[in-house]
Design a protein around this ligand. Structure first.
Ligand SMILES: Nc1ncnc2c1ncn2[C@@H]1O[C@H](COP(=O)(O)OP(=O)(O)OP(=O)(O)O)[C@@H](O)[C@H]1O
Length: 883
């Protein structure tokens, strides 16, 4: 016990002795303050240096921060090369700004760290000057603060959201992460060249964290050597580190201007590559005399949190509002070669700008599908157009193909497609659906499903798991399917909605390795977030708190104004977004702690591509001119339009005498290739056609079908008997008769005449407008007591008419459809039945589970009874052949 007490007493005495020695040494060192030799000359030199400094650093980098008030000076046009660290005072009443070179030249070290409040103040002043004078987005800052210096960067916190200054690292691990980032910044590229950054990175270390290791110090030394040539500059307080052990002893940093803290002033050493004045005693480093500024420098005081906060807020706002990007900012340089990018590993384009930096987003393994949401007028079309033209400018048709679908009214994708005024299209677009039916969307998804299987098969045969592993010559292009106004597809929760969802689930789940990508865009009701209508539900009925299986396949979420629903419920990053901005999140919408920097989320600004419509048109023409030889335009399905018979390839072939047997053409299918829908009138039993619907609409569709049948016959080789039995059909029949009579034999008859026409054995087409008007009043009623025109003479036509070249082509009211379809008890009925604008109840009465539950107005359903197939179609425009 006695010896312990003695040891403690001795230790205390030694401590007191050491403290006294330090105090004495400090006083002695302070007494070495350089004394001016010639006072008069000092005044003159100080004056000259003051005006030189004002010229060298005219703005924020040199201003007296204590005098900044009212309106803040603007940022400079370029990054400042020098920055003020304090006032050099050769005499008490003569001083000049002490400037040190930093950005573009080297580094700054301070021997004490930021636990010394003067050092903390100096660091804040230097950082404030640099941030305030740097043009928006040109300076990135990374900060490290160790124990006792944890609040150094706190007043700069608002810069975190602008992406300029992430929260400082405080732990050893954070230091290592920052060093790794800085090393990445200076790392030579594959060609061995230093990276040519368009920005500068500033790494500020206010104090080294605890537990730093010799290897960390070595990394800092190496960064100092490599940094200036690669746009990295260091400000390190507490360097050289205290030489506690030989392992922790380090020489001054390369290219650094050293500042040595004294009391109450500091000494500024010679900047890299220069010698200043006479040697000063560099007692702090123990390194003996070193060239430096031969007078004391009073380092700049802490600018105070108010000024820092004001400046940072203003700069953050400026960066945020920034220069409004324009479409060319998103595109490759106009004089760059076209289509140089490979899509093997993915597709990438610039979608906007954050803090003055381009934000790229792509379709790749980790980001295979995107969900884009925004209220009407939020710039959704603008955002999508930017993406489409951005990709089209980078990847040629060998690398990329688009399917573009918009379910809503509007002019979407018009910039990508041929129009009457401008026949140029984007050569990557395969098919487009405007104001598309839900059936069209389903057809697109079905086509993609077939393509998925084909690609899976291709990969399997090549023994690879991904498209990217195929040899370039065998690798099909990546497919990007954009479905705009997606919310309309699932608004009705019927069978079709379920089918759409199921197909989407398959495609999104399995499409990734095969280069099939989906972009679903919709209003604020899609998604899982608080503003989404379904609260965790795409409309598929899979909500109730469970993760929606479809949405789960979309790691990329883009929230435009009003579209916060695609972000996670707790992520309100999209609240209050202005037009022209979007939150781009690549983590399925997940947020993170407020204020923390979210590497997976960016608030971007994007341009209105049509601000200058000539730009998109010029690009479209350039890409179109470069299209592969023989490439045709995309097939465009416009849901608002009626197809023209004159454009139908089958009809054209018939007119040119190149068609096979006679076919009654009905319209174009609601499918991707817009297939002509026709019913062949060959000699097989049941080759009779019935069209049911409102009298006028059914009659007109029938008349057009009859025209197409006539076109299949050489002049004078066909006979037509027209029977306009239903009220209001005479005019249609008369128009048709007049037209047909130019090339064929035509007779117009009443009910009795029709029956008489059945008596002969001549071949021909019996065209009845008003099938449900049979039997006519002037004939005796049916003998079997039933309704409808079953009569033994009709029975014979049904049974063996086609074999004799006799076909029934009839129209009737929708109410007659059910009774007529069976034809009669004795034989096959109509082999082809068209329902024009059918009601849901009529559809429900049809056999088969592929029949839709309801159709959009202006559509018809064709049931090929003989082939057991159902097709939704758009009937031809009633003007017939105006092509
Ligand atoms: N980045 C932008 N900056 C400024 N204005 C924009 C921007 N993007 C779009 N706009 C303008 O906003 C309006 C709506 O844009 P857009 O048509 O792209 O939105 P939308 O969400 O598709 O709307 P809607 O669904 O009603 O068609 C247009 O007048 C467009 O010119």
């Amino acid at each position: 016990m006695a010896s312990l007490t003695a040891r403690t007493t001795r230790a205390a005495a030694l401590h007191r002795q050491a403290a006294a020695t330090v105090a004495a040494a400090s006083a002695a060192l302070d007494a070495t303050r350089p004394v001016p030799v010639d006072q008069q000359r000092q005044y003159q030199i100080a004056e000259r240096l003051r005006s030189a400094a004002a010229r060298l650093v005219p703005g924020w980098a040199g201003v007296d921060l204590g005098e900044v008030a009212g309106a803040l000076p603007p940022a400079g046009p370029v990054l400042p090369s020098f920055v003020r660290v304090g006032m050099a005072k050769p005499l008490d009443d003569a001083g000049f700004p002490a400037l040190v070179p930093l950005l573009g030249t080297g580094h700054l070290t301070v021997d004490a760290d930021a636990r010394d409040p003067r050092v903390a103040g100096l660091l804040r002043a230097v950082l404030l000057r640099l941030i305030a004078s740097a043009p928006a987005g040109s300076l990135l800052v990374r900060a490290v603060q160790g124990p006792g210096s944890t609040e150094v960067f706190a007043p700069f916190a608002v810069l975190a959201d602008a992406g300029l200054l992430p929260p400082p690292a405080t732990e050893h691990s954070g230091l290592r992460a920052v060093l790794a980032e800085a090393e990445q910044w200076v790392r030579p590229n594959a060609a061995g060249r230093r990276p040519a950054h368009d920005r500068v990175m500033l790494l500020m270390i206010a104090a080294l964290p605890e537990l730093v290791e010799p290897a960390d110090l070595d990394r800092i030394s190496v960064l100092a050597e490599q940094g200036p040539a690669a746009g990295l500059h260091l400000v390190v307080a507490g360097w050289p580190p205290p030489p506690l052990t030989p392992e922790l002893t380090r020489p001054p940093l390369a290219y650094a201007t050293p500042v040595t803290m004294r009391n109450p002033y500091a000494l500024v050493g010679a900047p890299p590559g220069t010698v200043l004045g006479a040697p000063v005693l560099d007692g702090a480093t123990g390194g003996g005399p070193a060239a430096g500024l031969n007078c004391p420098v009073f380092v700049d005081a802490d600018p105070g949190p108010e000024l820092i906060d004001r400046v940072c807020r203003e700069r953050a706002a400026q960066i945020d509002s920034g220069r409004q990007p324009r479409l060319p900012d998103l595109l490759p340089a106009p004089d760059a070669d076209l289509w140089t990018e490979s899509g093997a590993e993915g597709l990438t384009t610039t979608v906007g700008f954050a803090a003055g930096r381009a934000v790229d987003l792509g379709f790749a393994d980790l980001t295979p599908h995107w969900l884009v949401s925004g209220r009407s007028g939020s710039g959704r079309s603008a955002f999508l157009t930017n993406v489409i033209v951005g990709l089209a400018a980078r990847y040629g048709p060998d690398e990329l193909a688009f399917y573009l679908v918009d379910a809503a009214e509007g002019e979407s994708f018009a910039e990508c497609l041929q129009t009457e005024r401008d026949r140029a299209w984007l050569p990557q677009v395969r098919a487009a659906g405007l104001e598309a039916d839900r059936e069209y969307v389903l057809a697109v998804l079905a086509e993609l499903g077939v393509e998925l299987e084909r690609r899976a098969d291709l990969c399997e045969r090549a023994g690879v798991a991904r498209l990217a592993a195929l040899p370039p010559e065998d690798r099909p292009p990546r497919l990007v399917c954009v479905i705009e106004s997606f919310h309309l597809l699932l608004a009705e929760r019927d069978r079709l909605a379920v089918e759409v969802t199921t197909r989407l689930e398959t495609l999104t789940r399995r499409g990734r390795p095969y280069g099939i990508h989906l972009v679903l865009a919709g209003d604020g009701t899609i998604g899982e977030g608080p503003t989404a209508a379904g609260q965790g539900d795409t409309g598929t009925g899979s909500g109730q708190g469970r993760r929606d299986p479809l949405l789960g396949q979309f790691p990329v979420r883009v929230a435009l104004p009003g579209g916060g629903g695609v972000l996670a419920p707790a992520n309100d990053a999209a609240a209050g977004l202005p037009l022209g901005s979007a939150v781009v999140n690549t983590a399925g919408g997940l947020g993170g702690p407020r204020g923390a920097v979210r590497g997976h989320e960016r608030l971007v600004r994007f341009p209105d591509p049509l601000e200058d419509p000539g730009l998109v048109a010029a690009l479209r023409h350039r890409l179109w001119s470069a299209r592969p030889e023989g490439a045709g335009p995309p097939t465009v399905f416009a849901g608002y339009a009626r197809p023209h018979l004159g454009n139908d390839p089958v009809y054209r072939a018939a007119l040119a005498g190149r068609a096979d047997g006679p076919v009654a053409l009905l319209g174009r299918a609601v499918d991707v290739p817009r297939s002509p829908v026709g019913f062949p009138l060959d000699s097989a039993p049941g080759r009779h056609l019935a069209v049911f619907g409102a009298t006028g609409a059914a009659a007109r569709l029938l008349a057009t079908a009859v025209r197409t049948v006539a076109a299949h016959h050489e002049s004078g080789t066909a006979r037509f008997v027209l029977a306009p039995l239903a009220a209001g059909t005479a005019q249609v029949a008369a128009g048709l008769a007049e037209e047909l009579a130019e090339r064929h034999q035509v007779t117009t008859v009443d009910g009795a005449g029709l029956l008489a026409a059945l008596d002969g054995d001549q071949s021909g087409y019996l065209v009845v407008f008003g099938w449900d008007e049979l039997p006519p009043a002037d004939l005796p009623p049916r003998t079997d007591g039933g309704v409808g025109p079953v009569d033994e003479r009709f029975t014979a036509v049904f049974r063996d008419g086609p074999a004799r070249g006799v076909h029934l082509l009839v129209s009737g009211r929708e109410t007659a459809a059910g009774a007529a379809c069976s034809g009669g008890a004795d034989g096959p009925g109509f082999g082809g039945v068209v329902l024009v604008d059918p009601l849901p109840a009529q559809l429900a009465g049809l056999p088969g589970d592929v029949v839709p539950e309801r159709l959009r107005p202006g559509r018809a359903l064709f049931r090929d009874v003989l082939a057991d197939r159902v097709t939704v179609l758009v009937p031809y425009a009633e003007s017939g052949v105006d092509g």
